[in-house]
Ligand binder design. Structure first.
Ligand code: PGA
Length: 258
């Protein structure tokens, strides 16, 4: 871990982000969004919620979330503003739909679409230029962790994927914890997010005013309080448990008081 960088904890809202991945359609998805939106009205103001449905649902879910407390998010965007890119969606198109957050560089996209750090960085710039807040995902494999290379890998991803003037959110998602039911231990999260914060403070022009850091990987309501009470964790990115309003809101309720 790098040392010697003064750290500052910024007052910021706790972000609970739901990544629906390639799930949901029609009325079932609308019911889920409506239930989340309704339950979110009872949460304290320092807790911020966003749900990121697939592109096909953005319009429908956006209509349900309008004027409510839950922000609309997306799961990817193209690096260019427009053009001959069949099947892709540009950041300004997302902004036009009322999208506020966009997940970028998720390990599933890095794996399935060969997304590189440089591409993720360019997408983050494009998203920010369109007025969106990027959530850049980073995370190590189990092999990298077991071989003691997790910190190095995360630093590499920060240097490669995070623009130096970044004003978004970082999601630390150990790849071995995603969708496996095996969340990282509290000690692992404390130690790794402290490293991430130092690496960001060194890399970014903003220095010690580092972005919010989320933890992601098999987050469940019963673990939320323990994870969200970690000083270097400012929220969670939730996959499976965001597909039911009860578990997603249960996770938000685990956030410590302001
Ligand atoms: P999970 O997914 O909560 O189902 O592990 C998290 C993510 O991939 O963002």
């Amino acid at each position: 871990m790098q040392t010697g960088v003064p750290l500052m904890t910024q007052p910021s809202r706790t972000l609970i982000a739901g990544n629906w991945k390639m799930n949901g359609s029609g009325p079932t998805a609308e019911t889920l969004a409506a239930s989340v939106s309704e339950a979110a009205t009872g949460l304290p103001a320092h807790i911020e919620l966003t749900v990121c449905p697939p592109f096909t649902l953005l319009d429908r879910i956006g209509r349900i979330l309008t004027d409510g407390p839950v922000a609309l998010g997306a799961q990817d965007c193209h690096v260019e503003k427009s053009g001959a890119f069949t099947g892709d969606i540009a950041a300004p198109m997302l902004a036009d739909m009322g999208v506020r957050y966009v997940i970028l560089g998720h390990s599933e996209r890095r794996r399935d679409h060969a997304e590189t750090d440089a591409l993720v960085c360019a997408k983050a710039e494009s998203a920010a230029a369109a007025g969106l807040t990027p959530i850049i995902c980073i995370g190590e494999t189990l092999e990298e962790r077991d071989e003691g290379r997790a910190h190095h890998r995360l630093s590499e991803q920060i240097i490669g994927s995070v623009p130096k003037d970044f004003d978004g959110v970082i999601a630390y998602e150990p790849i071995w914890a995603i969708g496996t039911g095996r969340s990282a231990s509290r000690d692992d999260i404390i130690e790794t997010t402290a490293h991430i914060r130092h690496a960001l403070a060194t890399h970014l022009h903003t220095g010690d005013k580092t972005p919010r850091i989320l933890y992601g990987g098999s987050v469940k309501p019963q673990d939320a309080e323990s994870i969200l009470s970690i000083e270097t964790v400012n929220g969670v990115l939730v996959g499976g448990a965001s597909l039911a309003a009860e578990s997603f809101i249960g996770i938000a309720r685990g956030a410590p008081k302001a």
